[in-house]
Design a protein around this ligand. Structure first.
Ligand SMILES: *Cc1c(COP(=O)(O)O)cnc(C)c1O
Length: 434
């Protein structure tokens, strides 16, 4: 942004549209161009050498960085009030990259058991191949979190607003426990977005996003992001050698000494993206930038529609319970008022009186709601987690994740809310006959 004022002086909506972008200097193009280029010409061999030594900021090869992706990185960092952002090919790649910088083989991290189903599988199964161990805990139980801390613990991971259960994490309490353990709190802020929830204000050190969801907002583009607050002191203990020990590939450079509060973000690009290769495509960065321009407007409507649908479901005779943190009946209402006062998002779950079969019948009977595994789309989406996203989990894991047999997850879109309610009414009537 070019202005007399600092970026931080602008309101959220202004930063959503302007942060990180300027008219393109050569052509004047006002919208951020899609720099669909793999590599960038060096000015001369000294310039090339200083780029490769990380002495000059600039572009080398799109696996490491790209001008379109860099605008998105700056915009997300700005909206989260973070120091730096590293964009990735997907939300899962962001989670891997965040942990890759912190973990060594044999290390462990603590995670909430209430997570996106794919994250439970990634953490509990696939990361074992790197000899990274995940200790799942009930994140509402501070004693359980403290008990899980071990000398090998390198991070605590939570979702601010958890998928699919509609539960809200007590971020301030968990951040205090992470602080006692001298490890960063990582918050997956996908479901809340920076418009509804501000994890860094409550003590988080890193934020991850699946930009695939509300940030891109229209179901076109996979993407992820890791945002660093820049406030964690990586040298306070000897746990984070990737940032505090000499890096052989860069002539013994010590990232934290050299880059200070940009150490994490520099490492995530110069080592993480370089070697893991999960780079965001420029076209997807462009789509995500377009989405972010309307984030606040969309989130307001998402929240209003979700509340109306949740209120309707709560009084329905075929519905056993509704887990939406925006409802007065929710056990998470007080936490939602504290951490997401503008609204409790638009993804929530409810329980059908009829169980597994009724769940299948409902998702097959609705019309406007699309039956698919995504969320944060302009379209309303419906899912029966037990038969889809949480299918690979054991019955016990499903229950712990808030994805039992009778559970239906909704992601409420931006349609006319009366149409959504009418569609659900027809579906629930069909389900009651299952
Ligand atoms: C979708 C999702 C992810 C994974 O993101 P992808 O972009 O699908 O890899 C992680 N966390 C949450 C909360 C999600 O909804």
């Amino acid at each position: 942004m070019t202005s007399k004022k600092n970026d931080e002086d602008y309101g959220f909506e202004t930063r959503m549209i302007h942060a990180g972008s300027q008219p393109e200097p050569i052509t004047g193009a006002r919208q951020t161009p899609i720099f669909q280029s793999t590599a960038y010409a060096f000015h001369d061999s000294d310039h090339a050498a200083s780029l490769f030594n990380l002495q000059t900021f600039g572009f080398i090869y799109t696996r490491l960085n790209n001008p379109t992706v860099a605008v998105l990185e700056e915009r997300i960092a700005n909206l989260e009030d973070g120091r730096g952002t590293t964009c990735t090919a997907s939300g899962h790649a962001a989670q891997q990259l965040a942990l890759f910088t912190l973990m060594e083989p044999g290390d462990s991290f603590i995670s909430s058991s209430r997570l996106y189903g794919g994250s439970i599988t990634q953490f509990g199964k696939t990361f074992k191949k790197f000899n990274w161990n995940c200790d799942f805990v009930d994140i509402d139980d501070p004693t359980a979190i403290r008990k899980a801390i071990k000398p090998t613990t390198k991070a605590i991971f939570v979702e601010s607003l958890a998928n699919p259960g509609g539960s809200v994490c007590d971020l301030e309490t968990v951040a205090a426990i992470a602080e006692e353990a001298e490890v960063p709190l990582i918050v997956d802020n996908t479901m809340a977005t920076p418009y509804l929830c501000r994890p860094f204000e409550w003590g988080a050190s890193l934020i991850t996003h699946s930009t695939t969801k509300f940030l891109s907002g229209n179901g076109t583009s996979m993407g992820g992001a890791v945002v660093d607050s820049g406030k964690f002191d990586w040298a306070r203990n000897d746990k984070f050698g990737a940032l505090t020990a000499p890096e052989a590939a860069y002539h013994g450079l010590i990232f934290y000494e050299t880059f200070g509060d940009m150490a994490f973000t520099m490492h995530a690009h110069a080592v993480g993206l370089r070697d893991l290769g999960a780079t965001l495509a420029p076209m997807n960065a462009f789509q995500t930038l377009l989405g972010i321009e309307t984030l606040s407007l969309r989130m307001e409507r998402h929240c209003a529609n979700a509340l109306a649908v949740a209120e309707y479901l709560e009084t329905h005779e075929g519905v056993e319970w509704v887990s939406y943190a925006g409802l007065p009946s929710s056990q998470y209402r007080a936490l939602a008022d504290k951490y997401m006062p503008k609204g409790a998002g638009s993804v929530f779950s409810f329980g059908l009186k009829g169980g597994y079969e009724a769940g299948l019948k409902l998702v097959e009977s609705v019309n406007l709601f699309s039956h698919l595994a995504n969320l944060g789309d302009t379209r309303s989406l419906i899912l029966h987690p037990a038969s889809t996203t949480h299918r690979q989990l054991t019955e016990e894991q499903r229950e712990n994740a808030g994805a039992g047999n009778n559970v239906i997850r909704l992601s409420i879109g931006l349609e006319t809310v009366a149409d959504l309610i009418a569609d659900l009414e027809a579906g629930l009537q069909a389900a009651s006959k299952a």
